[in-house]
Design a protein around this ligand. Structure first.
Ligand code: DGL
Length: 268
């Protein structure tokens, strides 16, 4: 299976996939050279994602997981039209889980600017239950804070409180954490929102959807074998290895480099 992200956040999704599907083989590609995607225009993100998905398809993967909310928001329908291989994004599983979880039909969304601007969550939530009200807040400071040397510092808590305030005012009982970086600061969200609010994370929901897709298409590997995983980055491999372990919570040995020129050639 191929899994990709703008950088390392998608490793939280890979973590869940490795736990849910230990018998599958994975190749993970992080576009470290062009991180972050969140503040970029949707058209530019679409171009990057066409390159990465084309490259992974060329590697012979049987399923692609777009483990980045910004990439999924900008490009999933277009990718599904272009590629032969099935592709699962992080947004549909979360929208589904949120609509099922909410009791008062008020749902919040915290995500990057690109994800909020695309309005993809609104569309999906509406398609599932047109009576659900979605309040979305872009959180441009969170990704840099989570990647900083002090992700659990006072500044992160203050930023989360500020972004959470309009959602609390809207009386939401369910919050979609629509960015693959956010599981890293899960306890901060849980403390700010309190036990009464259900938090929906992309990693768990997407791993479940990927597993179901493999099973329904009958393309799973035989259980009992141990799968492998490898890492590719367009950025600095050493930085990927060090910071990546924080996101993956499993050891990362070798990291291979893919050039942007190789990706451009592979564009779907
Ligand atoms: N992976 C991105 C997402 O899930 C966050 C990092 C970025 O802005 O590139 O939206």
């Amino acid at each position: 299976m191929g899994v990709f992200d703008s950088g390392m956040g998608g490793l939280t999704v890979l973590h869940e996939c490795l736990v849910t599907l230990p018998h599958e083989d994975f190749v993970y590609l992080g576009d470290g050279a062009r991180l972050p995607y969140g503040p970029r225009p949707l058209d530019e993100i679409r171009r990057f994602v066409r390159e990465i998905a084309g490259y992974l398809e060329g590697q012979g993967v049987k399923l692609i997981v777009a483990a980045c909310n910004s990439a999924t928001s900008a490009a999933l329908p277009e990718l599904q039209e272009l590629l032969e291989v099935p592709i699962v994004g992080v947004i549909t599983p979360e929208a589904h889980a949120a609509v099922q979880a909410t009791r008062n039909r008020r749902v919040g969304l915290l995500a990057t600017q690109a994800t909020v601007s695309s309005r993809r969550y609104e569309e999906l939530v509406r398609a599932l239950d047109a009576g659900v009200r979605l309040s979305a807040v872009p959180c441009p400071r969170l990704v840099p804070l989570i990647e900083s040397d002090d992700p659990f510092g006072e500044e992160t808590t203050l930023a989360v409180r500020e972004y959470a305030a309009p959602l609390k005012a809207a009386d939401v009982d369910t919050v979609i954490l629509g960015c693959t970086h956010y599981p890293l600061i899960r306890p901060i969200f849980q403390r700010v929102f309190g036990r009464g609010v259900t938090l929906v994370f992309s990693a768990e929901e997407t791993a479940r959807e990927a597993a179901e897709t493999l099973a329904r298409k009958q393309i799973e590997n035989a259980e009992g074998r141990e799968g492998s995983y490898r890492f590719l980055t367009t950025g600095d491999p050493e930085q990927f290895r060090e910071m990546g372990a924080r996101f993956l919570q499993l050891p990362i040995d070798a990291v291979e480099v893919v050039s942007l020129a190789e990706l451009e050639k592979a564009a779907a």
